[in-house]
Design a protein around this ligand. Structure first.
Ligand SMILES: [Ca+2]
Length: 504
């Protein structure tokens, strides 16, 4: 999952060690406001040059001077945390440490009014548009307001991409119901879509025990194992629902029929990619970050490079056994990233930083920090933006990174082109399960949660591989969960829900 988040934050700030060369401005009232802020490339930690033209434009526009905070929270998170723990803070940072920062008492809260006033673009076009119930904000409540401004933009719900050439070869259509899905998978297992004379194609991918890989089947039964949903007015963890039980039985059936590799519990991402690029896997279920054809890091793109004649077809959410469309998986309001303001940051600075971040979300600002300056770092022809320099050079000039607080359509277009925009729109049409309390911290039952996760994961593996029969062991599994503290865990979630979310 870490790789996903790093990818998610590709446009986001990371800190970089700034080795000098930049003069500190005078601390007079009329001079530029100094802002300590992490900046740099999310993958490499590369930092802009002292005279980077993109940075200078931002500084002039807002009458500020950036000082780079010395550690990268993305590529050196441990040291970043050590600095925070020792009382050395930037003025602001975009990172995933919200609940630790609350515990440590190092944050300054923000209010919704401050966000609406200083970040009108983000507030209207991102937060209210993609998280209308403001779950991501409510999950960050602390004394005096909210513990930062949540990352929220176009969501990236998982969907399935089929090898359309394989379906065509076997006379199959993209399934629209769960029953059709199983029939298509059976036909692929029994067939030879790649024509190598062997029945050696898996219809779907599967890797490890994390629910995201299997969300298509969990969602068909209306639940996500690792999310809280509301049943009869009560919070319930997906792992102990009847829907989960039914989904496990389906997965056990899929495993038995050879729908995915036998070694799915231990398979590495690299091995899965190798199978896919060898034509051994007929469909993958992923976020558009990975499965849009515009994503050069994604497997469909890599396969098309290797085997140009492949064709792809997207699968919309299936109609499940209840007649409802399957829910799918995303991080949307359930993501851990936010813009934080630290203890010493003044009200004036908070407002200014909010305005800068908001500008960088707008089309004009996103163009500046993503692509840089026309003629210097990019050109536009027929609506297509082309970078004029290698990535490392762009970063040095201040482009290709900077500040980002969630994807906008323009950011998606810059990253993945029109095909990416189309794929994101498709993904956003799929229904998702919104966690009732998002990533809200439940600190009083940490031990129970750790013990329960061990039980959940073991039962998942045993059930899917057929080591245990689900029908005859389900009650024992629920008793094991009860003995490990499921009730206390749920009660804490209930209390948090009642206090912070219910009726808001
Ligand atoms: Ca074959």
């Amino acid at each position: 999952m870490k790789r996903f988040f790093v990818f998610l934050m590709a446009l986001l700030v990371s800190a970089a060690l700034f080795a000098g060369g930049r003069q500190a401005p005078a601390a007079s009232g009329s001079g530029p406001m100094e802002i300590s802020y992490p900046w740099g490339d999310g993958y490499t930690g590369l930092k802009p040059n002292p005279d980077a033209p993109v940075i200078q434009r931002l500084e002039e526009k807002f009458n500020v001077k950036f000082n780079w905070f010395p550690v990268n929270q993305n590529t050196n998170n441990e040291q970043f945390r050590l600095l925070i723990a020792s009382g050395t803070y930037p003025d602001a940072s975009i990172d995933w440490g919200t609940w630790d920062w609350i515990d440590q008492g190092v944050l300054r809260p923000v209010t919704e009014d401050m966000i609406a006033k200083n970040m009108p673009f983000y507030y209207t076009n991102q937060l209210l548009k993609y998280d209308p119930d403001k779950i991501s904000l409510l999950a960050r409540q602390m004394e005096g307001g909210y513990a930062g401004v949540p990352t929220m933009g176009i969501n990236a719900p998982f969907y399935r991409v089929w090898r359309k050439d394989y379906l065509d070869k076997l006379g199959l259509k993209v399934p629209t119901t769960l029953a059709e899905f199983e029939a298509v998978c059976q036909a692929i297992v029994a067939g030879d879509p790649d024509g190598n004379g062997k029945n050696d194609t898996w219809p779907i991918n599967a890797r490890g025990v994390h629910p995201s890989t299997y969300a298509y089947i969990f969602g068909a039964y209306g639940i996500m194992p690792d999310r809280w949903s509301i049943e009869d007015g009560k919070l319930i963890r997906g792992y102990v629902t009847q829907g989960y039980k039914e989904a496990l039985k389906a997965l056990a059936r899929y495993y038995k029929q050879g729908f995915f590799p036998r070694e799915f519990l231990t398979i590495t991402a690299d091995q899965e990619t190798a199978y896919y690029l060898d034509g051994r896997i007929a469909s993958i279920y992923q976020t558009p970050y990975y499965n849009t054809m515009g994503s050069v890091g994604g497997n469909p793109y890599k396969l098309k490079q290797k085997t140009p004649e492949v064709e792809f077809a997207r699968q919309a959410s299936l109609t499940g056994p209840s007649g409802n469309r399957s829910l799918t998986y995303d991080w949307g309001s359930n993501n851990g990233w936010a813009l934080h303001f630290f203890r010493q940051t003044t009200d004036e600075k908070i407002a200014k930083i909010m305005q800068i971040v908001d500008y960088c979300q707008s089309d004009e600002g996103a163009l500046l920090i993503s692509k840089g300056i026309e003629g210097l770092t990019y050109k536009v022809e027929n609506g297509v933006y082309t970078s004029l320099l290698p990535m490392e050079e762009l970063v040095k000039l201040g482009a290709n990174g900077g500040i980002g607080l969630g994807d906008t359509e323009l950011r998606v277009r810059f990253a993945y082109g029109q095909t990416g925009v189309d794929d994101y729109k498709f993904a956003n049409e799929q229904p998702v399960l919104v966690d009732a309390i998002a990533k809200m911290n439940l600190p009083n039952t940490k031990d129970q949660q750790a013990a329960l996760q061990v039980i959940y994961d073991k039962y998942f593996a045993d059930a899917v591989t057929g080591a245990v029969d689900v029908d005859s062991t389900w009650d024992r599994y629920l008793r094991d969960c009860a003995a490990a503290g499921q009730a206390a865990y749920t009660a804490e979630a209930e209390a948090v829900y009642a206090r912070y979310f219910k009726g808001r």
